[in-house]
Design a binder for this molecule. Structure first.
Ligand SMILES: *Cc1c(COP(=O)(O)O)cnc(C)c1O
Length: 224
């Protein structure tokens, strides 16, 4: 099976054909990304700043780069000029740093707020109370160089489909709830990033607008 074959199979199994497929290319060589590009993929997801920085200049300029992994504040400046969407904003401090770097280069940077929906302690993200506190704060309303496009979440790593569905349902409900809040103009909640190779169909059934798929396209990774 080639990368193009895998992409075709995945697309044809989509519950929602308008859902955006982000090809998660972390750890994979440039040739693999070019193969996916040749098959029509324009959205690529990476989880490390260093890898993004290395790959971006080597690939076509019409690629939209998605940062999906935990982002350290001191590294925001390296991706600020070219990143298309940062999915993994998991603290107000990080959001403020992205705003600051956007301001420096006069670019509005699009982000998603990562919400902690899994049972595992280890997953990053806002708790619901932290999220509401930030959204209600005066400091939040003053942000000028970010656009908040929606929410992202990762379900618990489990084979229990009911558990996964429950977590996605919770994220979708939160998404709908905050859409009804009175929020500044730079908050335009249209995107719900949920679903990976093992759970993208459930995620789409529960309202995902973008899925982040790696191993089903490129094959298993040796690390990460
Ligand atoms: C690696 C990764 C994915 C893709 O995982 P697969 O199981 O290979 O599809 C999706 N989202 C995030 C945040 C990741 O780090």
């Amino acid at each position: 099976m080639t990368i193009a074959d895998n992409l075709k199979d995945i697309k044809s199994s989509f519950h929602n054909p308008t859902c955006l497929l982000i090809a998660v290319s972390k750890t994979k060589p440039i040739e693999n990304l070019l193969e996916a590009y040749g098959a029509g993929v324009r959205d690529f997801g990476e989880n490390k700043v260093q890898e993004l920085q290395a790959k971006e200049p080597q690939l076509p300029k019409d690629i939209r780069w998605h940062m999906i992994g935990h982002l350290q504040r001191n590294k925001v400046k390296y991706i600020a000029p070219f990143i298309y969407l940062i999915h993994s904003v998991d603290s107000f401090k990080l959001l403020k740093e992205i705003n600051k770097q956007g301001e420096k280069i006069d670019r509005k940077i699009s982000v998603l707020l990562q919400i902690h929906i899994a049972e595992e302690e280890s997953k990053f993200g806002f708790d619901i109370s932290e999220l509401e506190e930030m959204l209600d704060s005066e400091e939040f309303k003053k942000l000028s160089h970010v656009t908040v496009k929606g929410l992202m979440g990762m379900a618990t790593l489990t084979s229990n489909q009911d558990q996964i569905r429950k977590e996605f349902k919770r994220l979708k409900a939160l998404f709908e709830e905050i859409k009804n809040k009175e929020l500044p103009d730079f908050v335009q909640l249209t995107e719900l990033s949920m679903g990976m190779s093992s759970d993208y169909q459930v995620a789409q059934e529960e309202g995902s607008t973008m899925v982040r798929i790696g191993s089903s396209i490129f094959g298993a990774r040796n690390y990460n």
